[in-house]
Design a protein. Structure first.
Length: 246
């Protein structure tokens, strides 16, 4: 299994994704157009969406905004997805956020951390997208997919305000202690790490797609201390906000 991280300019028409691959779009697109298996589709793609390629390659005919994406090339013996689909998958988004940081900021994973993440990813892909999909099945001691997705959606809808462990645990209908433990075991990220990664992703889109000041962007993603925001952003992307914008 391998992953590739990329930035593509706006209007990156003609980009091709091979069959049986998983893409995570950290950027958002309005009216993206793609073709797969002779069928042309159009969709609004929210930031953090997962694009699952079926048995046919997928060609992007129109991508109006710049694209920040991670592609994962799994080794799944049986693939249950026949046609391209845009889905929400909180577990995969969290795992992809770890891989994105490794690519973008040049950070390292220890051998045990990398192999643990790889097994977690392989198990999730096999269960959700393999030939015998079991969307509700989960390993012992892990969160169910519906709970992870609810938490991910809640985080994205409330990035500008306070996000506490108590509130996220309530969304998952668990105690804070059990939620924190199970969320990390399921996704590879502690809840606060997942929130920070989503804030950085939202800030990245605002920096690239708008003229809003860095101070206002920091406040808009729930990090009103601009100095802290700059440090966190650099730690996750390898660049200061102004450098990325340039």
């Amino acid at each position: 299994m391998r992953s590739e991280y990329s930035w593509l300019p706006a209007g990156g028409d003609g980009t091709r994704t091979e069959p049986h691959q998983i893409g995570v779009s950290f950027s958002a697109h309005r009216g993206a157009v793609f073709e797969s298996g002779g069928r042309v589709s159009s969709a609004d793609i929210a930031g953090g969406s997962v694009i699952v390629t079926g048995a046919e390659p997928l060609t992007w005919l129109h991508a109006p905004e710049a694209t920040e994406a991670l592609e994962i090339y799994p080794q799944v013996d049986r693939w249950g997805v026949e046609s391209a689909a845009v889905v929400r998958d909180g577990t995969l988004l969290a795992i992809a956020s770890v891989l994105k940081r490794v690519h973008a900021a040049g950070t390292d994973l220890s051998d045990i951390a990398a192999s643990t993440l790889a097994y977690r990813l392989a198990d999730h892909l096999s269960r959700r997208y393999g030939g015998e999909r079991r969307d509700d099945a989960r390993p012992r001691g892990a969160l169910d997919q519906a709970s992870v997705d609810r938490v991910a959606e809640y985080v994205d809808a409330n990035l500008g305000g306070p996000l506490t462990l108590d509130r996220l645990a309530a969304v998952a209908m668990l105690s804070p202690y059990h939620f924190a433990r199970l969320f990390r075991r399921t996704t590879g990220l502690a809840p606060h790490q997942f929130v920070t990664s989503r804030r950085v992703d939202r800030a990245t889109r605002l920096l690239v797609g708008s003229g809003t000041s860095v101070v206002d962007i920091a406040a808009a993603v729930g990090m009103p201390n601009t100095s802290h925001f700059r440090r966190v952003f650099r730690r996750h992307t390898g660049l200061l906000p102004g450098q990325l914008r340039r």
